[in-house]
Design a protein around this ligand. Structure first.
Ligand code: SF4
Length: 153
């Protein structure tokens, strides 16, 4: 049986991004096709799983909370989505995930700083943080197939 990995749905061509589009590219399509030879891909969009609609207002993390650009507190939905993804990873024994960079849910290492000015700061999105707490390794969409080989070993 193939090992299972979590992947941000928007990287797989699902139109779940806040603006109703996806983040898929030809190059990503090629890389995920290759990954699918060795892994079962579990597609997740934490923001939709947390109950947010698509399209939706853009949101960023500010302190311990998440706010939309107009100031609505969506922390509860982001927390719920992160918990569902963490439970899924645990249940399926996922050792790594490929998540969209910079997102307040999926971003790892760097996220937008809460000012909606495209400024990055160090930090993890809610789902990336929850997965890391379980020991799940996070790659972003810039992963190379060499990274994947290192993970198998
Ligand atoms: S929450 Fe993650 S999977 Fe969903 S659109 Fe944002 S980056 Fe993509």
């Amino acid at each position: 049986m193939k090992e299972k990995i979590l992947v941000s749905a928007c990287l797989l061509g699902i139109n779940c991004k806040y603006n109703g589009s996806s983040n898929q590219t030809k190059e990503l399509e090629r890389k995920f096709k290759h990954l699918a030879l060795n892994y079962e891909i579990l597609s997740v969009c934490p923001e939709e799983l947390g109950g947010l609609a698509t399209p939706r207002e853009v949101a960023e993390i500010n302190g311990e909370k998440v706010f939309t650009k107009s100031g609505k507190d969506v922390t509860e939905q982001f927390s719920k989505g992160a918990k569902i993804c963490a439970d899924l990873a645990l249940k399926n024994g996922c050792k790594f995930a490929v998540l969209k960079s910079k997102s307040p849910s999926c971003g790892s290492e760097f996220i937008y700083d809460g000012t909606f000015s495209k400024t990055l700061k160090t930090g993890d999105g809610f789902t990336a943080r929850a997965l890391k707490q379980l020991g799940v390794k996070i790659l972003d969409e810039n992963f190379s197939l060499d990274d994947e080989i290192n993970l198998i070993i």
